[in-house]
Design a protein around this ligand. Structure first.
Ligand code: ZN
Length: 259
């Protein structure tokens, strides 16, 4: 685990996995040594974070979940007496993937729905939320002090700093709408759950626009295109390149979802 202080009272904890992407947990720690964290990582990640917090006498009392995918919520299983804040749509992901998992237990369900509140204050930080379905139905984007934006897994990039193709586990059309809504916020410092850098500086409005076109191409074209074919069409000057790794997976999802 590595710790990075982003600003006063605002930290990023990074967990590295060989051959897979990193996991990030963000924490805001107030003057009473209470932490609000964004996502919990895997159980293993949470175990390490709790050890670190224990030494510093910090207690996690609030958790915001960007969405209910395992690498974001599994650590909940090690937390007690925390307030969970997440989208009302969390049931969709639970029903889709985790019906037989202990996570399908009321104690891990949100206490507060982001749809019901304007913002949450923790120390000097104000967190605002907006629904951003696409990667999952319950994905949210979090605006922090009008300065940072957490983009859930709607934006991911490789350790080499190359944007990944979007992975719509829930909906292609809604993913497009969420990216359109995200574009005006791209001047905020963008933070994400898995990328190597602290800020996604290479995710410009132009990159987001190519992501939107990428998703639209699935719905427009009759036959399956390679990533190169698609990029030549939507990005003829070849200025923006995507990591090719998940292109096949995106087609699988497109076939599964039928949209
Ligand atoms: Zn995810």
């Amino acid at each position: 685990m590595t710790v990075k202080e982003i600003s006063d009272h605002f930290f990023m904890f990074k967990f590295t996995y060989k051959g897979s992407f990193d996991n990030h947990i963000y924490a805001f720690i107030n003057n009473n040594n209470e932490a609000l964290i964004i996502d919990t990582g895997y159980k293993e990640d949470m175990k390490r974070l709790l050890k670190y917090f224990e030494e510093k006498k910090i207690k996690i009392n609030r958790v915001v979940l960007t969405h209910y995918h395992e690498d974001h919520f599994e650590g909940l299983k090690l937390l007690k007496d925390v307030q969970i804040i997440a989208s009302r749509e969390y049931t969709h992901a639970i029903n889709q993937y985790y019906l037989d998992d202990p996570i399908n237990d009321e104690q891990y369900f949100p206490d507060i729905f982001t749809e019901d509140i304007d913002s949450v204050q923790h120390g000097s930080f104000e967190l605002k939320f907006f629904n951003a379905p696409g990667h999952s139905k319950c994905s949210i984007h979090i605006i922090i002090n009008n300065d940072y934006i957490h983009v859930s897994d709607n934006i991911m990039h490789s350790d080499q700093g190359m944007p990944h193709v979007p992975l719509p586990y829930y909906s292609f059309t809604q993913f497009i709408e969420s990216l359109v809504k995200l574009k005006p916020y791209s001047f905020h410092k963008m933070i994400a759950s898995h990328s190597d850098d602290v800020f996604c500086e290479n995710i410009t409005p132009e990159v987001i626009q190519v992501m939107i076109k990428y998703l639209e191409t699935f719905m427009k074209s009759e036959k399956e295109l390679t990533l190169d074919e698609m990029m030549t069409e939507i990005n003829p000057n070849n200025e923006i390149q995507f990591d090719p790794k998940w292109h096949k997976r995106a087609y699988e999802l497109f076939r599964e979802l039928g949209q």
